[in-house]
Design a protein around this ligand. Structure first.
Ligand code: 5RP
Length: 226
């Protein structure tokens, strides 16, 4: 089982990199989590073996991504130095048929969303366990919500969030249970309900951001959603 999942993550990541990285891709966003490790692995292989690739900057979404880029020998840079990103690759905790995602299981969704929002293309890579007909079915740990530490108890009371844990940005994450979110309107309503609370910095609901999803299957194939 564990091997099948790892194989699925790797196949999905390699397919995504091979389809979206070419001589015109110069600035690349690097997401966070265990699947993205394979994206960086494949990117580094191609960076070192294809002189035609002109990768100028890789923008991290977390301390983990920062380290992955450095260790792979890829060019690390800040979002402020490269505010327009050609393509970002990132994992997801759950993805629905409209490519809406729950992210933030690793507590990185604020920086992930900032990088995704600055990207011309946002590509999700995941294994078969993440695909869902409605958000909240597969991922049952709640929607990660990043909040300002000063207000976390007040917010926790309002939204009955579990937590907290500390993020790379020095904020706190609360996990909020809103049940199954069926359809775009329900996902949007859930995001708006949370984001309008003073002290909430960002939610883990990524709505309409992903243009592609590569989902590795247990049989070694890769399913593409667009
Ligand atoms: C971190 C994330 C990750 O991308 C998400 O949790 C998926 O991780 P993995 O690839 O390990 O399943 O959103 O904030």
């Amino acid at each position: 089982m564990a091997d099948l999942v790892e194989q699925a993550k790797k196949k999905a990541s390699y397919a995504a990199i091979d389809e979206h990285i070419n001589a015109n891709t110069h600035v690349i966003g690097i997401g966070s989590g265990s699947t993205v490790v394979y994206c960086v692995e494949r990117l580094a292989q191609r960076f070192k073996s294809e002189p035609g690739l002109k990768i100028r900057a890789c923008i991290p979404t977390s301390f983990q991504a920062n380290q992955l880029i450095l260790e792979a020998g890829l060019p690390l840079a800040e979002l402020n130095a490269h505010p327009v990103i050609d393509v970002t690759f990132d994992g997801a905790d759950e993805i629905d048929a409209s490519l809406n995602c729950i992210k933030g299981g690793g507590g990185c969704h604020l920086q992930e969303k900032l990088v995704a929002a600055a990207s011309k293309k946002f590509v999700v890579v995941a294994d078969y366990r993440k695909e869902s007909t409605a958000l909240g079915i597969q991922w049952t740990k709640g929607i990660p919500v990043e909040v300002i530490p000063m207000a976390y108890v007040t917010i926790q009371k309002k939204i009955q969030g579990l937590g907290p844990c500390v993020t790379d940005s020095g904020n706190l994450i609360l996990d909020v249970f809103l049940g199954v979110l069926t359809g775009d309107a329900a996902v949007t309503d859930a995001h708006l309900k949370l984001i309008t609370i003073p002290g909430v910095v960002e939610t883990g609901l990524f709505i309409g951001m992903a243009g592609w999803a590569y989902l590795g299957a247990a049989d070694g194939s890769v399913k593409t959603l667009t």
